[in-house]
Design a protein around this ligand. Structure first.
Ligand code: PBG
Ligand code: ZN
Length: 325
């Protein structure tokens, strides 16, 4: 049957009916706020490449975490900028490393907030790569041990979920094994299973000082041209024990997000990355777009595509909007 019997506009007549038939909505429950922790005390400095986001010292991170809890946001993800970097990224797994200290402090001010820690070496290595360098290449297997050590030290500090973002083969299995052997079999792994070698990470690398000092990350992160490979990555990570699968970046990879959800039915997260955020902020600043409408529409697109939750630099602001409603 078709027109004039069928008239889809009947269900778009006014906001009340649109509200009734709406398929997806953004809830504060879906949001994860990334935070950047830096050494020092009482520091809150706006990040040049990410206007509206801040470098926070441990004390100010703890303060921000309790504000975020008040907004109803269930989780944060932490990135650390260490005091010093070296070739093995040893601050990443130091007992008193920046993340380990931040986690312990946050647990005091915001005990119910879930702390996700990004597990990678690039912020901690002097060469800026996500693993150990051998013969000018990132060497996979020696890196696994360091990643597992990092995840374990985060769990020991009190992290609720560990999120490896390095894209080494076998890292989920290595982390799972180490966590389990040390009594942390109840700590979930959120795997950046589908992480593309993307230019959208530019502003993050400025914020974290983690740009590779030679070459690029194409030898370990995925080729943006590939989709089937993404599904193979997910299958491997689920086999290795990943509890949640992340797709990253967001808008440019919605097809992958939908595919992961449909094929695997697993808990699926999406990361709206720094470049996506920075582009919205820049265009809004130039008055080229309606900022709030664009942010809302973008977050909705992730839900529609199949995301269970969204890592976004807009999280706390969106939570404020949802409260006002
Ligand atoms: C670390 C890491 C990166 C991001 C999250 N974890 C940077 C990279 O892989 O170069 C990017 C996040 C963003 O751009 O917002 N490996
Ligand atoms: Zn990395």
């Amino acid at each position: 049957m078709s027109f004039p019997i069928n008239r889809p506009r009947r269900l778009r007549k006014n906001e009340t009916i649109r509200r009734l038939v709406r398929e997806n909505r953004i809830s504060v429950d879906d949001l994860v706020q990334p935070l950047f922790v830096v050494p020092g005390k009482n520091i809150k400095t706006e990040i040049d490449s990410l206007p509206g986001q801040y470098h926070l010292s441990v004390d100010r991170t703890a303060e921000e975490a309790s504000r975020i809890t008040t907004l109803g946001i269930p989780a944060i993800i932490l990135f650390g900028i260490p005091e010093k970097k070296d070739s093995l990224g040893s601050e990443a797994y130091a007992e008193n490393g920046i993340i380990q200290r931040a986690v312990r402090e946050i647990k005091k001010t915001a005990p119910d907030l879930l702390i996700i820690t990004d597990v990678c070496l690039c912020e901690y290595t002097d060469h800026g790569h996500c693993g150990v360098i051998k013969d000018n290449r990132v060497s996979n297997d020696p890196t696994l041990e360091l990643l597992a050590k990092t995840a374990l030290s985060h769990a020991r500090a009190g992290a609720d979920i560990v999120a490896p973002s390095d894209m080494m083969d076998g890292r989920v299995a290595a982390i799972r094994k180490t966590l389990d052997e040390n009594g942390f079999n109840d700590i979930p792994i959120l795997s950046y299973a589908v992480k593309y070698a993307s230019a959208y990470y530019g502003p993050f690398r400025d914020a974290a000082g983690s740009a590779p000092q030679f070459g690029d990350r194409k030898g370990y992160q995925m080729d943006p041209a590939n989709a089937l490979e993404a599904f193979r990555e997910v299958e491997l990570d689920l086999d290795e024990g990943a509890d949640i699968i992340m797709v990253k970046p967001g808008v440019a990879y919605l097809d992958i997000l939908t595919g992961v959800k449909q094929k695997f039915g697993c808990v699926t997260a999406v990361y709206q990355v720094s470049g996506e955020y920075a582009m919205i902020e820049a265009a809004a600043k130039m008055n080229l777009i309606d900022r709030k409408a664009i942010i809302t529409e973008t977050l909705l697109s992730f839900k529609r595509a199949g995301a269970d939750f969204i890592l976004t630099y807009h999280a706390s602001e969106v939570a404020e909007w949802l409260k006002e409603k």
